[in-house]
Design a protein around this ligand. Structure first.
Ligand code: SAM
Length: 460
């Protein structure tokens, strides 16, 4: 009994450490939104971006992504004192954790910018990833391009625009003064017709209210030009972003989407989200469909890919799917397909027999494009390349024909990304045996366990 009493404090201490360590005791951890990012991301030698976005990573305990050569806090204090130590970001994008690696690859391949690094912030469902970029051109025009990029519309949640020439501030009072100075400068410009209506973008958000009050007080000072703070109807955005011990600021024009981009349906009349998979795959691969091409779209329903192929000028898209197409194919008066889409309401194996027959009879030339977004069911989905061969679709193509295939894995809880990638390796090899110039993408519109292959049929 006496031993048990003596052991009690030890057991209590151990349990407390475990509870705190697992964030079960509330209030003992700092709230995520008030915790500044732990490491400042730029400066020193040019950073190499090392990205990790493992789902199981515990948020905010440590920074999950680090740029090689990240500067020390001391370097940041020097930066605060006015000594430039390396490239500062001018755009910071936020996105869900599932997309940080894809977003990094997308921005690096299609936008003229340097990827400085990425960071994690927040916990659980409110966790966001931040990508810090240094634009090679004008940040405002890049921001506008990002806002109108349909592939980013579901992914990028916010864009923070930093003025790289503004000195970083050590505290929120300094931020309010700096933003007030920048806003006064733009409202006094001779070409500004309207008074700025300003939305405040603040990271972390927990500081927004205090910053708004301080900024309003600064703007009200005697001699200030007219300027109104408002979360809606704004034409200007004032940004404050905390990294390490320092705040970075910037004032920029507000674009159509007001920097709140997430979950906006991209403009246009795309039939399904899948439409953007094909458009992005071709853009990323630098491949395109030529006017007058003949295409076979395997697993076409409801019709997003068929729509895209048709819009690109294909003379005819053979849309193969036992399911109904939402896209209404044109028909002549006697019911024959006309125009650019013919729905073959059959499996790929059955449709390939029909099309091969037409080719044998000289009624159909070899096809220029084959796309497949088929889901073959549990277990078989990754063998889609073999299915295209066995069902006879590949032999319908001319040498050099464009081939785009979605590889779909099964979304099994606990199955790691590494395991999925390992599953894909032999399928990619199968594809390389058939096609050359092969590229593999994890596209913005792909699911977590889904990849897209692009290549050209060998023999061209
Ligand atoms: C994800 S959907 C395709 C979406 C389409 N790409 C779009 O843009 O709207 C997959 C389709 O594959 C079709 N499918 C599955 N196995 C097939 C097969 N063996 N032959 C033809 N279609 C098949 C299914 O009926 C389903 O409509």
């Amino acid at each position: 009994m006496r031993l048990a009493v003596r052991l009690l404090p030890v057991v209590f201490a151990a349990v407390t450490v475990w509870l705190v360590g697992n964030q079960i005791v509330q209030g003992l951890q700092p709230t995520p939104s008030t915790v500044p990012l732990a490491l400042a991301p730029w400066g020193g030698p040019r950073p190499r971006c090392v990205v990790s976005c493992g789902k199981g990573a515990r948020p905010m305990r440590s920074v999950t992504v680090a740029a090689a050569g990240s500067p020390s806090d001391e370097q940041f204090r020097r930066e605060g004192a006015g000594e430039a130590v390396g490239p500062k970001p001018d755009l910071i994008l936020s996105c869900p954790p599932s997309h940080i690696q894809r977003l990094t690859e997308y921005m690096a391949s299609l936008y003229p910018c340097e990827i400085l690094c990425s960071r994690t912030s927040g916990k659980g469902s409110s966790m966001v990833h931040l990508l810090l970029l240094r634009c090679h051109g004008e940040p405002a025009s890049m921001m506008q391009k990002i806002a109108s990029d349909s592939h980013l519309a579901w992914v990028v949640q916010k864009v923070y625009c930093i003025d790289r020439d503004e000195a970083p501030q050590p505290n929120i009072q300094g931020v309010a003064q700096s933003l007030a100075k920048q806003l006064r400068a733009i409202s006094l410009q001779p070409r500004s017709v309207e008074a700025p209506v300003v939305r405040l973008a603040c990271f972390p958000r927990s500081q927004l209210l205090e910053l708004a009050q301080l900024l309003e007080a600064n703007l009200c000072e005697e001699g200030s030009a007219p300027c109104k703070l408002s979360p809606t109807g704004c034409n200007t955005v004032a940004t404050a972003f905390l990294v390490g011990d320092l705040w970075y600021t910037g004032v920029s024009a507000a674009f159509g989407q007001n920097h709140h981009m997430a979950n906006k349906r991209p403009a246009g009349n795309a039939l399904s989200r899948a439409y953007f998979k094909l458009s992005e795959a071709l853009q990323r691969a630098g491949a395109y469909v030529k006017v007058g091409d003949l295409a076979l779209d395997a697993g076409a329903a409801p019709g997003g890919w068929t729509q895209y192929l048709s819009e690109q000028g294909c003379a005819c898209v053979y849309a193969v799917d036992p399911a109904e197409l939402e896209l209404i194919p044109q028909r002549t008066e006697d019911g024959q397909p006309s125009g650019s889409v013919e729905h073959l309401c059959a499996t790929l194996a059955e449709a390939s027999v029909q099309l091969a027959e037409r080719q044998r009879e000289g009624r159909l030339p070899p096809l220029d494009v084959l796309t497949s977004d088929m889901y073959l069911g549990m277990g078989r989905s990754c063998s889609v390349v073999r299915a295209l061969e066995e069902d006879g679709a590949l032999s319908l193509l001319r040498p050099g024909a464009l081939v785009v295939v979605t590889l779909k894995g099964t979304e099994v809880r606990g199955h790691s990304k590494l395991r999925f990638d390992a599953q894909l390796a032999p399928v990619v090899e199968e594809f390389k045996a058939i096609c050359e110039g092969v590229q593999l993408f994890h596209l913005m519109a792909n699911r977590e366990r889904e990849r897209t292959l692009v290549g050209f049929k060998r023999g061209g």
